[in-house]
Design a binder for this molecule. Structure first.
Ligand SMILES: N[C@@H](CCC(=O)N[C@@H](CS)C(=O)NCC(=O)O)C(=O)O
Length: 225
């Protein structure tokens, strides 16, 4: 039986912008595993009831249901040990910092740049829910989120500095080849790239080169089908 992933989609089925779902897409590509990525919209909560929670990604592998991108990555390494996302328990433990950095520092810094673009990209039926939930979370109207663009960009540059410095000295966060460590922040960059024309990386930025290297490494396996 094949693998299935419930994957956040915008109005168009091929608009897949969730940073967490991108981690799973990359993890599956890394292992050379095929999966069907079912488009799912924010308000289709009833379709996830079987998973016991209401967020994507959700992976279904036969009788096994796993939600949460990190739990899915862990599951994939246990169930499909070939081509590990993390070579050792130590590598995985160290990458936990990157997971939380991506979620608690990088994504919040990028959110003001991207949330209005997401609002425009999502299905009409999701818009009220998205606006209400995000305005409650951020404590302001979506339109007021970007604030002062120059200050915002300065924050993003500062946040990215350690990643930029690291990737200036090695091709991947995993070292000579990509590993699960790369996928944790990479998802956040896909979040912006898929829905937004906002550019915050210079063409000669080592992070730009790294993004191209990761995409090139997996090639067609990352195509949204
Ligand atoms: N900790 C979860 C977070 C998953 C998550 O927040 N997913 C978002 C999509 S990016 C979602 O499903 N949101 C539904 C909602 O906001 O109602 C993971 O790593 O997978």
């Amino acid at each position: 039986m094949g693998l299935t992933v419930y994957d956040l989609a915008g109005a168009q089925d091929d608009c897949r912008f969730s940073p967490y779902c991108w981690r799973v897409r990359l993890a599956l590509a890394h292992k050379g595993l095929e999966a069907e990525f079912l488009p799912w919209r924010f308000t289709e909560k009833e379709r996830l009831v079987f998973s016991g929670q209401d967020r994507v990604p959700v992976l279904v592998d036969g009788e096994t249901v796993v939600s949460d991108s990190w739990a899915i990555m862990t599951y994939l390494d246990e169930a499909y040990p070939e081509r590990p996302l993390f070579d050792t328990a130590q590598a995985r433990a160290e990458a936990t910092f990157l997971k939380y950095w991506a979620e608690m520092v990088l994504q919040p810094a990028l959110a003001p740049l991207v949330l209005n673009d997401i609002y425009r990209a999502i299905h009409e039926k999701d818009r009220n829910y998205f606006r209400t939930s995000r305005e409650k979370a951020f404590g302001c109207r979506l339109e007021d989120l970007p604030g002062d663009a120059t200050a915002r960009l300065k924050t993003v540059r500062q946040v990215l500095a350690p990643l930029r410095r690291t990737l200036g000295g090695q091709p991947f966060l995993g070292g000579a080849a990509p590993s699960g460590a790369d996928f944790l922040p990479y998802g956040a960059f896909q979040w912006v790239a898929v829905v937004s024309g906002t550019t915050f990386l210079e063409p000669d930025d080592p992070i730009t080169a790294w993004r191209q290297r990761v995409a090139g490494w997996y090639g067609d396996a990352l195509d949204v089908r």
